[in-house]
Design a protein around this ligand. Structure first.
Ligand code: CP
Ligand code: NVA
Length: 311
């Protein structure tokens, strides 16, 4: 591996061309294997002989399975580690773990409690490191979300994406993407759970069109894409305060009626039905959440190929 691996830590660190190349590769590979058994490798098996290690400090269904299946489709292998089962759980440093894994595998994905730990891991690693969700951001998710938006609605440029609910890690990655792909992002949160002001300011300074409000109706008005997430993320401790603050931001049919008539609904999942989204919306004709979940596989594959200099 070269001295400067391509880490995938945040969408803000990608160029517009790199983000577009990742999205195009994901789409191309998805189209090329329609109807195939899910474990069959792509015809070119571009990561034959490669191994990915994954470290999880938090629970996961989609991220873990999509990376495992994605690596299998690319011809490579995966080792999945619960952080507490490793020596990290007994105090071995992040940096030493990064140095050792760099000698044993070709890339590492980490889902971490603290974003800085992923940054520190990457700084010590000499293989690519992928952010599989932190308290700050969830860039892999947003690759799948952008892919889904473009499948359902065409080019995301010029569209309005409305984010309602918590200004959390998934919201941060949408903020990072807004400037890269020139869509308008309208964010409505309660004041105490606002999107990170530093991320919003940096994105605006780079040219992003981001509207921030506490009024859910204003954000969702005429939106082409409506997105929400759980009100209580992994690691959040103020569950009761959150459940009191968020009901005005719930995505119901009444809320969707304010969006554009052909608006789609996205949710990274897991969903809390009856809280941030109603059954009627998530199970309704404008819900793209199952495509969004599947697209995690295709997105992960493109991210891996970018990290390993294959695109
Ligand atoms: N959306 C997402 O990252 O799901 P998991 O927590 O199941 O990986
Ligand atoms: N915001 C959620 C996303 C889960 C995929 C969390 O961090 O728990």
């Amino acid at each position: 591996m070269s001295a400067s691996p391509r880490h995938f830590l945040d969408i803000s660190a990608l160029s517009k061309a790199e983000l577009r190349a990742i999205l195009d590769e994901a789409r191309r590979r998805k189209d090329a294997r329609k109807g195939w058994p899910k474990g069959q490798h792509d015809s070119d098996a571009p990561l034959d002989g490669h191994v990915l290690a994954m470290i999880f400090q938090k629970n996961s269904t989609r991220t873990r399975v999509s990376f495992e299946v994605g690596m299998a489709q690319l011809g490579g292998g995966v080792i999945s580690l619960n952080a507490n089962d490793t020596q990290l759980g007994r105090g071995e440093t992040i940096e030493d773990t990064a140095r050792v894994l760099s000698r044993m595998v070709d890339a590492v994905m980490i889902r971490a409690n603290v974003h800085q730990d992923v940054v520190d891991f990457a700084a010590a690693a000499d293989v690519p490191v992928i952010n599989g969700l932190t308290d700050l951001s969830h860039p892999c998710q947003i690759i799948a979300d952008l892919m889904t938006i473009e499948e359902w609605s065409g080019d995301v440029a010029g569209k309005t994406v409305a984010w309602l609910g918590d200004g959390n890690n998934v919201c941060t990655s949408f903020i990072h993407a807004a400037e890269k792909l020139n869509f308008r992002l309208a964010i409505a949160t309660p004041g105490q759970y606002a999107a990170r002001t530093q991320e919003v300011a940096a994105a605006r300074a780079a040219g992003a069109d981001i509207f921030v409000t506490t009024d859910a109706s204003k954000a969702i008005a005429n939106a082409h894409v409506v997105v929400t997430d759980t009100w209580v993320s992994m690691g959040d401790v103020d569950k009761e305060a959150r459940e009191a603050a968020f009901p005005p931001y719930a995505i119901t049919e009444e809320a969707m009626a304010k969006a554009a008539s052909n608006a789609i609904f996205l949710h990274c999942l897991p969903a809390h039905r009856g809280e941030e989204v109603s059954d009627a919306v998530i199970d309704g004709p404008r819900s793209a959440v199952w495509d969004e979940a599947e697209n995690r596989i295709h997105a992960q594959k493109a991210v891996l190929l970018w990290c390993l200099n294959k695109i």
